[in-house]
Design a protein around this ligand. Structure first.
Ligand code: LMR
Length: 424
């Protein structure tokens, strides 16, 4: 009896050693992931002890002292909601009030589509969450479809549709020679894509190029997308940052609505309300009728449930408090205009500084491009020199977040850019 228990003890001891060895090898094959091309820049910036360092990497608004900004309308909304809310779950589709107000910004205050309940919409985890939810929805209901993505685009778009297992194709967008829109090639790509393809479009303030189609060009794009039976999916992360006016920045969406498209739309309050870390946004899909919208919404909720169950409440409450109050909304619109104006001012200052330094290159595109970014034309090697020699941090595609440029650092930035480009 004693002998038998000794043997079984040894066996179990050996198997637990084997088990421990097996367990210790569980993650042996995991390689470190490459750094994110945008958020990795912030990490490197934070680790740099230099007092001269400048961060024009991530697209996050800063005031003229380089400090993050909490909008006054947000502060006031927080004062109003303090202590009033409980901590209950939101429904899977999020705050109904927030979603209602958000749809009005994109589709229009008096939108017939809102009235007819033709829009399936859910609160999302900001713009990224909206895009991801849509990509998963696309995969679930059109498993063999592809998504056409502009070149270039926000780097995370590629990650989102990759992780949703949707095949990606690209279409021409930016012309490096003119530093503007490659309209002819873009139109050709829309024409040549198989009928009924999905197209990802930036509604305004294109990231990273700062190049948007004109109103006439949007009309032609809309016409061609309709003629081919493509599905337009808009990412509108910067509503208000292109012109300073969210209503004007909804122009592309309104053109497509007028032309009778069914469309998808990602909206975000990260930039235009400065609610970056609150992760509040909205995914909407315009459907043929109310019945379809109810079905689509229920499927979006079903996708959300195993992913994050239901979205966070606080940011949504801030948004609905601001947009649901005429006075606070007015203040918000003024503050959006203020952010856009500061950026426009910095564009002029950067260009003027470079010209005064006698740069042999043309820097007109700094003021021609719009929104938060300037697609400078700097090469990855020149960006590396800016970082290594001048402690200036930006993405290696040469994108400058104009929101990080200030009266205090614009001269330093211009000088460094001049130094790394003057011999090209
Ligand atoms: C950016 O493009 O810098 C922002 O949208 C932040 C992000 O998440 O990449």
């Amino acid at each position: 009896m004693a002998m038998r228990s000794l043997i079984s003890e040894r066996v179990s001891c050996r198997s637990s050693v084997l088990g421990a060895r097996w367990m210790s090898s569980w993650w042996r094959n995991v390689e470190p992931a490459p750094k994110d091309p945008i958020l990795g820049v912030t990490e490197a910036f934070l680790a740099d002890p230099s007092p001269d360092k400048v961060n024009v990497g991530v697209g996050a608004y800063r005031d003229d002292n380089g400090k993050p900004v909490v909008l006054e309308c947000v502060r006031e909304a927080e004062r109003r909601i303090a202590g009033t809310a409980n901590m209950e779950y939101l429904p899977m589709g999020g705050s109904v009030k927030m979603v209602e107000e958000t749809l009005k910004l994109a589709y229009g205050d008096n939108s017939e589509f809102i009235k007819d309940k033709r829009i399936a919409a859910v609160q999302s985890l900001s713009g990224t969450g909206a895009c991801r939810l849509f990509a998963d929805f696309q995969k679930r209901f059109h498993p063999d479809s592809q998504i056409y993505i502009p070149v270039p685009t926000w780097s995370n778009h590629h990650n989102i549709w990759r992780d949703a297992h949707v095949t990606q194709r690209t279409f021409h967008y930016y012309h490096p020679g003119t530093k503007g829109l490659d309209f002819a090639a873009l139109m050709d790509d829309i024409k040549n894509a198989p009928n009924g393809s999905f197209f990802l479009l930036h509604a305004c303030a294109h990231n990273p190029t700062g190049v948007d189609p004109s109103e006439e060009q949007w009309k032609e794009i809309s016409y061609q997308i309709k003629a081919k039976g493509h599905f337009p999916f808009f990412d509108m992360a910067y509503q208000g940052f292109a012109s300073g006016d969210p209503e004007r920045d909804a122009k592309a969406i309104r053109i497509f609505l007028k032309d009778g498209h069914l469309l998808g739309l990602a909206q975000s309050y990260a930039k235009n309300m400065g609610l970056y870390g609150q992760r509040v946004g909205c995914l909407s899909v315009l459907c043929e009728d109310e019945k379809q919208a109810v079905a689509v919404k229920s499927q979006l909720q079903q996708l959300a449930r195993p992913m994050y169950s239901n979205p966070p409440v606080h940011g949504a409450l801030i948004v609905s408090t601001i947009l649901g109050d005429a006075e606070l909304k007015k203040l918000w619109l003024k503050e959006v205009q203020g952010m856009a104006d500061r950026i426009i001012g910095m564009r002029t200052a950067l260009r003027e500084n470079l010209e005064e330094l006698g740069s042999p290159l043309s820097w007109k595109h700094i003021t021609n491009q719009i929104g938060m970014f300037c697609y400078s034309g700097l090469t990855p090697e020149q960006v590396d020199r800016l970082t290594n020699e001048y402690h200036i941090y930006m993405t290696r595609n040469g994108r400058i977040s104009m929101a990080g440029v200030t009266t205090g650092n614009v001269g330093y930035l211009a000088n460094a850019v001049h130094e790394v480009t003057k011999s090209t």
